[in-house]
Write a protein that binds this ligand. Structure first.
Ligand SMILES: Cc1cc2nc3c(=O)[nH]c(=O)nc-3n(C[C@H](O)[C@H](O)[C@H](O)COP(=O)(O)O)c2cc1C
Length: 216
């Protein structure tokens, strides 16, 4: 899988796609390639019907966007964040958006379908910039209540104090804690990274379930 990138917002909500093209049969292979490429790129599920003189594309797709917002100074939490995003990408219909917290906006938090928060452990607490983000987000708490969320942290030691500081705030915001978070100690090893991938996967599945319920 391609490494997730930090990109501008591209949110596609549940939609019905119904495209019918009538085209000369000679250019069909080219069109087919374009359609398939767009499916792979956006994790969109479409049924493709080939007809004699064209292509008909029909489908309903469900695409959730999972925000992975993190702070990292020396790269360890960022490695965990990338693994969480990879885990999100394992789930059909979900896509991750990786944003360092100093580039994240409150609108990002409101518009995403689920969120993973990552921070280094600083003095037994989350990093100051993460705390600042939460402070500012308090004004939109009504809009993010119920949103699926998880947390992950990196520390020099194995204390879960920073994780708990994030999870307490998730609770104050009445977000839905999907599962236990990940505490990584030192340079993240494969075990930590895989735990983060599973975290992202669980979060994405919860987001899809929530979207399905809310949209009937
Ligand atoms: C100001 C500061 C305070 C820290 N306090 C703690 C701490 O209380 N407990 C701990 O386990 N690690 C502590 N550390 C170590 C970092 O949490 C650790 O190096 C972490 O992996 C860095 O993550 P990053 O690479 O994403 O920046 C501290 C580091 C700094 C710079």
């Amino acid at each position: 899988m391609d490494a997730p990138t930090i990109t501008p917002r591209t949110t596609i909500r549940m939609a019905s796609v119904n495209i019918a093209l009538s085209l000369p049969v000679s250019i069909l292979p080219e069109i087919y390639r374009v359609v398939v490429m767009s499916i792979i790129q956006d994790n969109v599920f479409l049924k493709i019907y080939m007809v004699k003189y064209g292509i008909s594309v029909r489908g309903r797709f469900c695409l959730v966007e999972v925000l992975v917002v993190y702070y990292s100074r020396t790269g360890r939490t960022e490695a965990l964040a990338r693994a969480v995003a990879e885990g999100v990408g394992r789930v059909e219909g979900a896509k991750a958006r990786l944003v360092r917290v100093d580039y994240a906006t409150i609108e990002d938090l409101v518009s995403c379908d689920a969120v993973a928060f990552g921070s280094p452990n600083y003095f037994g607490y989350m990093a100051g910039l993460m705390k600042h983000f939460f402070d500012v987000a308090w004004s939109v708490r009504g809009k993010i209540a119920g949103k699926p969320a998880v947390a992950f942290t990196s520390g020099g030691g194995s204390s879960n104090s920073a994780l708990l500081s994030i999870e307490r705030i998730m609770e104050a915001f009445r977000m839905e804690r999907v599962c236990d978070g990940v505490v990584s100690s030192g340079i993240p090893g494969e075990e930590d990274l895989e735990a983060c991938r599973r975290l992202g996967e669980a979060l994405a599945r919860a987001a899809i379930e929530r979207v399905k319920v809310s949209r009937g």
